[in-house]
Design a protein around this ligand. Structure first.
Ligand SMILES: Nc1ncnc2c1ncn2[C@@H]1O[C@H](COP(=O)(O)OP(=O)(O)OP(=O)(O)O)[C@@H](O)[C@H]1O
Ligand SMILES: [Mg+2]
Ligand SMILES: [Mg+2]
Length: 776
């Protein structure tokens, strides 16, 4: 019986992929010749772990789980499992009417312009009653009637077979190809499921600002896996300890479980809604309800599905599918789909155009909820017109390049007019105000931080002139000392609570320094020159001491005046200066770009490498002497989005207080992993191995005296020298970056730029100090 089902399944899958085969080669051809290759600046980047290595590792991991599980005496008590399911179902029924709390931290009690389509609560669907339960633990998810209706939906099985292919390669172009083919097939067969398939591929449940996040605790997942596969919690824990991947444990446990009924295929919308429900469950009994729902999902999984389901629940798919990869794949799939619809041939330039358009639009409106329906309907045509900057939806902020020398400023801007502004040391705040008077503050990461700043919200009527009916401002939020009337250091701002902030309880007041305006009264200002945007900014708002002001500026163009202004900024508790292009098309606001048209000069860093780095904590070394109970040093890495690896860059042991070391030990002990991740790139030599490895999670800001080439550390390997990475010399801890995810860490390319600029700087100084050297 099982075999027949297996064959049927296989047959269904082969049908699924058949219509794609012609396309696939087409798409592949394009991708292999794709512009990504040409754009690569590096000499070469060997993959951190070869394909064979990765595959053999996975096989090894699987073996480990099986052995681990076999070592335990498996109690395969069907009766017990059945009663468990009954128990949990009763519990779920009881709890189904509980209200769910939406996590979105929004000040205004309303749904945003683009809020995700309302999710139905799968528990309350009431499609499974205890009497439907078959004699084993596989609870059918949906009645036959419902299955018929949902037959037209994309299945998790097909998504998982795509993920399995991706896991076997580390080549970005191949991954783009596989994902492109997958999205294309969804567009052709189940366009309504495109949005869910995109979200599930990136393991998100909505746009970043929706605040709905997965990341279910290990203990809940282990319980669910144990209960649904008839094992003890102890067995699951031991297997997990051995392999370090609950997904693999779940997969293996499920495979060892005898099944009588083929469960109904898990559809993407059902899975997505269930995950959303799980993420939003809170309050009384929520843990049991979560376990109940996870068990039901698990019982519908087959093959490799449990592995990805569990990883999705944990909030880490481990596929390293970067946003860029998804965007390129999606753009190509849509371009092909619409060309087919119109019976036209798709040219390479059409594809590049599609890719560029989608990337631009996404950086302005980073919400698939808004973009995907338009893509299905019209492709990238008109996308720029239909998906526009809107108050209430955060846009990706423009970023600046660091600079080490004043002369670099003049070189960069050449003859163009520029302007200098104070660089305030607080937190980026994108302030939105909608036509209907709703107010939001978004972080650098597009997270909704409105609840963090009730004091700022309360002050809006004081500084907004009535003519400003809707707007988006780019600001820095700082801590303000009311008594002394001055800016407080960043550390003070960081002491503010991040959630549940009550206006009357605020001790450290926040104020805004506005430096740009992106949207005003129904119009996007992104393409207007900066000088014009500034005029709007000055005319629509008014300064209120300690609550709102414009970033202090100087439009002088000489090196001496920049130097003077820099001194002044530091006296006024600022970090340095931002130098920005003022006039012409190049002074437009470029969302998400780290642009040459914005330079940052930080006073402290002029003698170092020009800027601090934000690095991922990937490992640690046990402390010695006074530090035995904590970690004494840490292994840090930068992010290489192209190869989707984390490359190690230094061992860090200075700059910490005793309290910090204790706190970090507590935090990091929670995320220890049994062995290095496949995508960590570090020397294999035993003396260079840390005592423990961590999940990528925390990002620390680090300063360094200079950079050097290194055979041990792998940062930017291939950028400067084929077989050497770059490492930091005398690194020093500055602070934890809570406003950035680990994916936003300093990139390998940035590390290589720091190194190059240091080389240029050193050569210039050498020439200046010994003018005759070159003559000999
Ligand atoms: N006048 C200003 N114009 C633009 N940004 C400003 C200004 N004053 C302060 N800032 C802040 O400076 C930040 C850029 O410099 P900073 O070195 O602090 O960047 P960061 O947050 O560490 O990010 P990265 O290092 O990735 O650029 C902006 O994101 C913004 O928060
Ligand atoms: Mg800053
Ligand atoms: Mg920085």
């Amino acid at each position: 019986m099982r075999d027949i089902f297996r064959h049927l399944r296989h047959f269904r899958r082969s049908l699924w992929f058949k219509p794609m085969s012609g396309r696939q080669s087409n798409i592949s051809k394009f991708f292999t010749l794709g512009p990504e290759d040409a754009r690569k600046k590096r000499i070469s980047t060997p993959p951190a772990v070869s394909e064979n290595e990765t595959t053999s590792q996975t096989v090894k991991e699987k073996k480990n789980v099986t052995v681990a599980l076999k070592n335990e005496k498996l109690t395969n008590n069907g009766e017990k499992r059945r009663s468990d399911v009954l128990e949990s179902l009763k519990e779920e029924d009881k709890d189904a009417s509980d209200t769910m709390e939406v996590k979105r931290s929004k000040v205004n009690d309303q749904s945003s312009a683009s809020s995700t389509s309302s999710s139905s609560n799968p528990i309350s669907e009431g499609d499974t009653t205890p009497s439907d339960i078959p004699p084993i633990a596989e609870t059918p998810l949906e009645s036959t009637k419902k299955q018929e209706k949902k037959k037209s939906h994309a299945t998790f099985a097909d998504m998982v077979s795509t993920f399995t292919k991706i896991e076997k390669t580390s080549k970005r172009l191949e991954i783009i190809d596989i994902m492109g083919t997958y999205f294309f097939s969804i567009l052709r067969n189940h366009p309504d499921d495109l949005l869910t398939s995109v979200y599930l591929s990136i393991n998100k449940l909505g746009p970043d600002y929706s605040g709905i996040e997965l990341g279910i605790g290990e203990s809940i997942i282990m319980k669910a896996v144990a209960e649904s596969t008839g094992q003890t919690l102890q067995q699951i824990k031991q297997a997990f300890h051995k392999v370090g991947d609950l997904g693999l444990v779940a997969q293996s446990s499920r495979q060892n479980q005898p099944t009588m009924f083929q469960p109904a295929a898990l559809t993407l919308p059902f899975l997505f809604d269930s995950l959303k429900s799980i993420a939003q469950m809170s309050g009384n009994q929520s843990q049991n309800r979560k376990i109940g729902l996870i068990k039901r999902l698990l019982s519908s999984c087959q093959g490799a599905e449990p592995k990805y389901l569990i990883r999705a629940l944990e909030g880490k798919l481990r596929l390293q599918l970067a946003e860029k990869t998804i965007l390129v794949s999606l753009a190509n799939a849509c371009a092909q789909y619409h060309a087919d619809k119109k019976h036209v041939q798709l040219s390479q330039s059409d594809r590049i155009h599609a890719e560029q358009t989608l990337r631009d639009v996404y950086s302005q409106v980073p919400s698939y909820d808004i973009i995907v329906p338009q893509l299905i309907e019209h492709g990238v045509e008109n996308l720029r017109e239909t998906c526009k900057l809107t108050p209430g939806v955060p846009t990706k902020p423009m970023l600046a390049k660091p600079t080490k020398q004043f002369s670099e400023v003049l070189d960069t801007f050449d003859q163009a007019t520029f302007t200098c502004e104070y660089k305030y040391d607080g937190e980026r705040a994108q302030v939105h105000y909608t036509e209907d008077g709703k107010f939001y503050v978004f972080s650098r990461n597009s997270e909704d931080m409105s609840v963090r700043y009730p004091d700022i919200m309360a002050s809006v009527p004081k500084w907004r002139k009535p003519e400003a009916k809707s707007f988006i401002l780019d600001c820095e939020a700082i801590a303000w000392d009311k008594e002394e009337n001055r800016i407080l250091p960043f550390q003070k701002l960081a002491t503010r609570k991040r959630k549940d902030v009550k206006l009357e309880e605020i001790k450290v007041r926040a104020g805004l320094f506005a430096f740009d305006i992106l949207y005003l009264n129904g119009q996007s200002l992104l393409d207007a020159p900066f000088s014009e945007r500034r005029k709007h900014l000055y005319s629509m708002f008014q300064p209120v001491t300690g609550e709102f002001d414009f970033a202090k500026r100087s439009d002088q163009q000489s090196v001496e005046s920049i130097q003077e202004f820099l001194e002044e900024s530091v006296k006024d508790s600022c970090e340095g200066l931002m130098v920005k292009m003022l006039e012409g098309p190049e002074s437009r606001y470029e969302p998400s770009k780290r642009s040459r048209h914005w330079l940052k000069i930080k006073k402290d860093y002029l003698s170092g490498v020009g800027d601090s780095l934000d690095l991922i904590v990937v490992g640690a070394y046990h402390g010695r002497g006074k530090r035995t109970s904590v970690y004494g040093a840490f292994l840090l890495g930068c992010h290489d989005p192209d190869s989707e690896t984390i490359q190690t860059v230094c061992k860090l042991g200075t700059g910490f207080s005793e309290e910090q070391l204790e706190q970090f030990h507590k935090q990091l002990s929670q995320i220890v992993i049994p062995k290095k991740k496949d995508f960590y790139s570090h020397s294999e030599a035993p003396p260079h191995q840390p005592d423990v490895w961590f999940e990528p999670k925390y990002l620390w800001e680090v300063l360094t005296a200079d950079l050097s080439l290194s055979p041990v550390y792998k940062a930017a390997i291939g950028y400067i020298q084929e077989d050497k990475g770059i490492s930091l010399r005398f690194p020093r801890f500055v602070r934890v970056r809570e406003d950035k995810n680990w994916e936003d860490a300093t990139t390998s390319e940035q590390v290589s730029e720091f190194y190059r600029s240091q080389m240029v700087h050193n050569q210039t100084s050498a020439r200046a100090s010994s003018p005759n050297v070159e003559e000999y």
